[in-house]
Write a protein that binds this ligand. Structure first.
Ligand code: S3P
Length: 422
């Protein structure tokens, strides 16, 4: 199989989510260029509209958000359904914790199974109150109000939780100090700083002192490295050729996959070409190569948390064993990725074992054949499609609809990079 071409991945999902929220809380009309349009970001837009925010499609794919100011979101008259989007649910819980009214948040079956107390526990310390119907999952009723400042050590590295707390601080105008066990993606800190707020980050501690309203902005969103990672994986498994990915966000807190691939033997090159809203942007060059197994250590995991599915299928084709340590958080994603990665790899004939906190995959060059249960999870569907697109694989997926959550053009792009193949 020959890989070729130049391609732009879709807009960054994490940054689009953040700019939609910041745009809604800004004073004035905010423009988002290159934003991700997908099922997940549509869930965010739908929920923001229920809070009285006008979001419009302008010409040239520009999204216009009419900001309401920090305290201007209307009390919703309906339940806020966040669909499959954990980022939407957790960010909204943070924002609405600071609003002096009652609101209710829910999501689809996958989202209702995901833990929310990791967000609501620290928000309770800040003064908000939450009612759960059961356990730790949505739906949750938020009783928000004036909040007090927070000094908190996060039990897990989670950018969603960290961001929810920073948003609560922003809206209520109180200081928030967060200590992270490991550095998670720092888009919220960078964007707050780019929008004029004081965020100090030192020795794993984020110290945020809000300084009032957000002014209107015009922001360019770079391409999503996590979406690009599936094409990187597909190109790595090809036999010849090369692939260039343009305009890809290259925030160092997201690039763990690059260093792991280099350790595995890849010559992947990443060339910084600019910046956009405080975020580095790069061009990535990937060539096929035979990978060898490595150990991925717990401190690397936050920087490649969304890339573990694609890395696990690459490990299935590497020489020797790849060990992922400290990956327990994978069980709380859009599906239980930890057990589904192991069971699906096994059903294709790859030796793979998971424990509560680790995943071990032994590579093979034998033909792979079988059925994959994606659990309706976009990243599992894309990762196993990458494997299916490589030769000596006959793989049937339980569904191929979920990539619309984060990467609606995924299958077109996958076809495109192999279209020069004879
Ligand atoms: C995200 C953070 C990560 C990641 C998710 C997006 C974000 O989740 O898996 O896809 O935009 O902040 P956690 O913060 O729960 O690890």
């Amino acid at each position: 199989m020959r890989v070729s071409g130049r391609l732009r991945p879709p807009g960054d999902k994490s940054i689009t989510h953040r700019l939609l929220i910041f745009g809604s809380l800004a004073r004035g009309r905010c423009l988002l260029r290159g934003a991700l349009r997908s099922r997940d970001t549509q869930s965010k837009i739908d929920v923001l509209r229920l809070l009285g925010v006008r979001v419009e499609d302008g010409s040239g794919g520009v999204l216009a958000v009419e900001g309401k100011g920090l305290r201007g979101l209307a009390q919703p008259t309906k339940v806020l359904d966040c669909g499959n989007s954990g980022t939407t649910a957790r960010f909204l819980i943070g924002v609405l914790a600071a609003y002096p009214y009652k609101s209710q948040i829910t999501g689809d079956e996958s989202l209702r199974a995901r833990p929310m107390r990791r967000v609501t526990d620290p928000l309770t310390r800040m003064g908000a109150r939450f009612e759960y119907e059961r356990g730790d999952g949505l739906p949750v009723v938020v009783h928000g109000g004036e909040l007090v400042e927070l000094d908190y050590r996060l039990p897990m590295a989670s950018a969603q939780v960290k961001s929810a707390l920073l948003l609560a601080g922003l809206v209520s105008g109180v200081r928030v100090r967060i200590e992270e066990p490991a550095r998670s993606r720092d888009h919220t800190e960078r964007l707050l700083a780019a929008l004029g707020h004081a965020v100090r980050v030192e020795g794993g501690v984020i110290d945020f002192q809000p300084s009032g309203e957000i002014a209107e902005f015009d922001a360019q969103v770079a391409g999503d490295f996590s979406a690009a990672s599936f094409l990187i994986g597909a190109a790595t498994l090809a036999d010849e050729g090369e692939l260039i990915l343009e305009n890809v966000g290259a925030n160092p807190t997201r690039l763990g996959l690059v260093s792991v691939l280099q350790r595995m033997g890849s010559q992947i090159e990443i060339r910084n070409v600019g910046t956009s809203v405080g975020e580095p942007v790069a061009e990535i060059l990937v060539r096929p190569c035979q990978l060898r197994g490595v150990v991925v250590s717990p401190d690397e995991v936050p920087s490649l948390i969304d890339e573990i599915p694609v890395l696990a299928v690459l490990a299935a084709r590497a020489q020797g064993e790849t060990v992922f340590e400290g990956v327990g958080e994978l069980a709380f994603k859009e599906s239980d990725r930890l057990s589904l990665l192991a069971s699906n790899l096994r059903s294709l004939g790859v030796a793979a074992e998971s424990t509560r906190d680790s995943l071990v995959v032994t590579g093979t060059d034998k033909p792979l054949k079988g059925f994959v249960d994606t659990g309706g999870d976009h990243r599992l569907a894309m990762a196993f499609s990458v494997l299916a697109a490589s030769h000596r694989s006959e793989i049937e997926l339980s569904e191929s609809d979920s990539p619309r959550v984060s990467y609606p053009d995924f299958f077109n792009h996958l076809r495109q990079i192999f279209s020069g193949d004879e």
